[in-house]
Design a protein around this ligand. Sequence first.
Ligand code: HEC
Ligand code: HEC
Length: 209
Amino acid sequence: MFSDKYIFLLLLVLFNSTSFAESRLDNQKFTKTQKIVKNVCMACHGMDGNSLNGKIAPKIAAQNARYLTIQLNKFKDGVRKNTLMQGIAASLSAEDMDNLGIYFSEQKLQLSAATSNGVGSMGEKIFRAGIKDSGVPACASCHGPAGHGVPNLYPRLNAQHSDYILSQLNHFRVLEDKPGTVYAPMRAISVKLTEQEMKAVADYIQGLQ
Ligand code: HEC
Ligand code: HEC
């Protein structure tokens, strides 16, 4: 029989997650955070934040720590609406949310491929140059040339599941128009994109390395 400890270690190896030695979290915080991840987050996001299916949950591995923590706080405060995540965030303390942000930011992102939007595609054009006629700015101008984001400012997008990107773009469209809010630029951009353009750029982003 395998002991619980062995199975846990095996899981850690399988999910390719960080160990305490590589973390900014001290031993105690790391252990506590890892327990939350195993008991709560793993089912949907994976132990290392590389969810397998964008319809179940987004990838959160290697995302900016601060962005992750802010999103958790938004779910908890009901500012960002999602039944599943609101329920989960409700049970997390401010410190848990800080630590979970750091934990997932330290995980290695697993890359994916685009289905059809590679070099020269409509998706690439929108990402790199925007759409002049409808006033859509280049995604790269904020999210970075390879979609790696900018710490404390813009979230990482590369290798994200296209299904999740599409659902987020549609979600931004229907947010209340509040100038000065952090999502205001994304709302302004998403209302200018057609469904076809959103699908193309989402597919391209999924393949970004
Ligand atoms: C039952 C499945 C499920 C579980 C369990 C779960 N999540 Fe999520 N998570 C989701 C879904 C679905 C979304 C996308 C929500 C949306 O569409 O706005 C999400 C979104 C997020 C986001 C926002 C990501 C982004 O890119 O904006 C963060 C951060 C997050 N989850 C962290 C966690 C953490 C930390 C845990 C464990 C404490 C956890 N989740 C547990 C399903 C889950
Ligand atoms: C002016 C800067 C800016 C530009 C240009 C921009 N974004 Fe964003 N984007 C943001 C900010 C800021 C956020 C985070 C919003 C928040 O915290 O709610 C964001 C968030 C997102 C998210 C949600 C990420 C997640 O993990 O949930 C997606 C998807 C996204 N942007 C896609 C795009 C696409 C596609 C384009 C190009 C068509 C684009 N963005 C152009 C600033 C920008």
